[in-house]
Design a protein around this ligand. Sequence first.
Ligand code: C2E
Ligand code: MG
Ligand code: MG
Ligand code: MG
Length: 284
Amino acid sequence: RAKELGRNRSCFYSGDMQTTALTKLAVEAALSRAIERRELLLHYQPKVDAASGRVLGAEALLRWQRGEQGLVPPGQFIPLAEQSTLILDIGAWVIDEACRQIRAWMDQGLPLVRLAVNVAARQFAAGDLDTVVADALHRHGVPAAHLEVELTEGMLVTNPEASAAILHRLRALGVKISLDDFGTGYSSLAYLQQFPIDALKIDQSFVRRIGDEPDGAALVDAVIGLAHRLRLRVVAEGVETATQRDYLLQQHCDEMQGYHFGRPAPADALQALIASQGQASAAG
Ligand code: C2E
Ligand code: MG
Ligand code: MG
Ligand code: MG
């Protein structure tokens, strides 16, 4: 995997400007065909209830199975897709695929509560996110409460009135709304009360510092306090150790996500995890 990352990175950051431009064009051309070639796929990472450790849902994370280049992570192609309208097609595909998967899990009787999808800034700025979401829910016969969208602070503050309108329409559908990577943007806190938001996701860079240094957990504490004061749920991302988990639990963080609980993986892995939980509770 390190080798795969290294190879792709060298394409983007080659010192040779001409090579870089050509590579960018080639990647863009390949990416523009990725949907019809069925090269995009979603991996799923569990979100667990902090108190019980039970899986409450999952986050869908996009991957590109690019022929011989292997599985490409989103950080290596989403920024490029965001430079054109390609991101709109990709974003709509992600929402459709997430709904298709929720429907499949419902049909199998899997007790999955919620699936979250990430939304790109340009996709949100297009202004029709609620329509794209409503269409996909309808197409697959999925109740809106099973879907959650993850946005970032920066998307909301560029055009607060338009953003609020979209969020209210999503909320009216019954879709849940989370703020991802919370604390890393530098917007005013006032907007938290202006927008209908259900949850804050504490950025993993804050979680990583728990136990590291005397005041390492200060930002985690602050976000949990703020969220609860505003009656929002709070989710910690990037939880990798038992120390981090124990600390977050002690601080009453509501949900957790991270390698400690499960890495992003294909649908059947999440399915197996949830099914094994069901059996454990049925047995005991
Ligand atoms: P994100 O939404 O904040 O997702 C969390 C990222 O952290 C994921 O990386 C996940 O694999 C990784 N992660 C989860 N737990 C841990 C942990 O315990 N330790 C560490 N070190 N990392 C952990 P990934 O899958 O590479 O995604 C990176 C970013 O790409 C996402 O950050 C999100 O902003 C974006 N992204 C992913 N899927 C989509 C998508 O469908 N559409 C859009 N627009 N963006 C996406
Ligand atoms: Mg996310
Ligand atoms: Mg995040
Ligand atoms: Mg992130």
